[in-house]
Design a protein around this ligand. Structure first.
Ligand code: CA
Length: 247
């Protein structure tokens, strides 16, 4: 399967949000995931607290927000939230719960949740709460990353490149191109496999074969070279890719 340019451009609309949804009620999980995807959020959905912790413990940087149910098999949402904060992690957490007693809300907020939504709720309210979290944490992922003369501007989804004589140039990337370049820039001079890239940039269980990654790498390379950058991405056939630092 090869992604067409149209498919790729569908992702360009807004600043990307990757959501970890932790909800064990199937109907509600399906409804939330569908709603978020319609809004172009990337969604990883897990139904068990222990599984959620393994997503968060090692890969929390890929998420922008966690939607966390309180009552879960494995670890409870409250316990997950406490663990996250105990590690000094400030990832925004929106807790979902049927509990609406005052002391439960206090317990949720004390555990480090940033907001609280009582079931049942409407999808419009969920989206409004997510937008509010984005406004409250505008800097959560808005810093810049500079590697090898390339700067990623998270706030504006742009790349700023600097050539050998110090001239600066700005250009935009699609969300996928941006995520891909970010991944390469965070792993310079390392061989990264197609599977590592796919796991990092596409949703869990997404049907994205190695040719999707290859197509995306081609688009990113073209974008870089069309904007006067040297191509830093080396293809290692049958192995993966390497982002080479030139200096
Ligand atoms: Ca539940």
């Amino acid at each position: 399967m090869l992604l067409s340019q149209n498919d790729l451009e569908l992702f360009t609309a807004e600043l990307d949000m990757r959501v970890l949804l932790v909800e064990d009620e199937t109907d509600l999980g399906v409804a939330i995931k569908r709603t978020l995807k319609q809004q172009k959020y990337l969604v990883d959905w897990v139904t068990d607290g222990t599984e959620a912790w393994s997503c968060l413990e090692n890969n929390w940087t890929q998420y922008t927000v966690v939607i966390l149910d309180w009552m879960l098999p494995g670890l409870t949402g409250l316990e997950l939230c406490k663990r996250l904060r105990a590690k000094g992690n400030s990832l925004p957490v929106l807790m979902l719960t049927a509990r609406d007693r005052m002391e439960d809300r206090v317990a949720g907020l004390d555990a480090g949740a940033d907001d609280y939504l009582v079931k049942p709720f409407g999808m419009a309210e969920l989206l409004a709460r997510l937008r509010a979290l984005q406004r409250r944490f505008p800097n959560y992922q808005s810093q810049q990353l500079t590697v090898a003369g390339l700067t990623l501007d998270y706030a504006n989804y742009k790349v700023i490149s600097q050539n050998s004589v110090g001239e600066k140039q700005e250009f935009s990337l699609t969300n996928k191109e941006f995520q891909l370049l970010e991944y390469f820039m965070k792993h310079p001079n390392q061989i990264v496999s197609t599977e590592q890239i796919r796991n990092q940039i596409w949703e869990l269980n997404a049907e994205s074969g190695s040719n999707v990654v290859a197509a995306q790498v081609r688009l990113l390379r073209r974008k870089l070279t069309n904007n006067g950058c040297q191509n830093p991405i080396e293809t290692l056939h049958g192995i993966g890719y390497r982002f080479n630092l030139t200096d």
